[in-house]
Design a protein around this ligand. Structure first.
Ligand code: FMN
Length: 203
């Protein structure tokens, strides 16, 4: 729990706003409302971005799960900061939410608990995929899948040690509300020092 965030009324307001919009996005017919662009940078400042799924949001921040040896994980080890970007196309006049903050790993217990809820095929996939490494051909991957299916046949699939969650602890959250004639509304929440401020930006 990040006390400096979770006890702050403006931060709580931002998280509650996000949660309400996510519920609205789910109801809007969006097929992937939890999909978010995750941008990370390496130690030299080279940036890369990809989509991951949000698997939890609360007073602590935003959680996603991945391979701890992937390109994103290598970048996060070198530079533990990230930006997230949601785009809900079907919601109102479109809504974008941008989140920035420090990144840390969630506990092993939390990763275990989430891993246990995944479909067995996804659990096997987490063992079989050497995410972000060069794959010589598709057969090699399919053989690895078959090998791990055999290895775990008849029992539960444990979480691979190289797979787990990350928590983004926000220091900035922006809600972008689309409006006609590009008169969009941008509402920002930002932590400066120990305090959170709320403001607006020109679109
Ligand atoms: C809709 C969608 C959801 C995805 N969700 C995840 C996810 O939750 N975790 C993950 O590791 N990769 C997810 N991916 C795959 C990533 O975009 C990416 O290809 C992968 O994580 C490797 O990225 P990296 O090489 O930069 O580490 C998703 C892709 C899409 C299109």
């Amino acid at each position: 729990m990040n006390d400096s965030n979770s006890s702050n009324a403006l931060y709580q307001e931002a998280i509650a706003t996000f949660a309400a919009l996510l519920d609205e996005a789910r109801a809007s017919g969006d097929t992937e409302p939890t999909a978010m662009t995750l941008a990370t940078a390496d130690a030299n400042g080279r940036v890369s971005a990809r989509i991951v799924l949000l698997k939890g949001v609360d007073a602590d921040g935003f959680r996603f799960f991945t391979n701890y040896e992937s390109q994103k994980a290598v970048q996060l080890a070198a530079h533990p900061q990230a930006a997230l970007c949601f785009h809900w196309k079907l919601l109102r006049e479109q809504i974008q939410v941008r989140v920035e903050g420090a990144v840390s790993r969630v506990s092993a217990a939390e990763s275990d608990a989430y891993f246990a809820t995944r479909a067995r095929g996804s659990q096997i996939g987490a063992w079989a995929s050497l995410q972000s490494q060069a794959l010589p051909d598709r057969d090699t991957f399919e053989r690895r899948v078959a090998d791990f299916e055999k290895r775990f046949e008849g029992g539960d699939v444990p979480r691979p040690p190289h797979w787990g969650g990350y928590l983004v602890t926000p220091d900035r959250i922006e809600f972008w509300y689309g409006a006609k004639y590009r008169l969009h509304e941008r509402v920002t929440y930002a932590r400066e020092g120990g305090a959170w401020n709320k403001g607006m930006l020109y679109p």
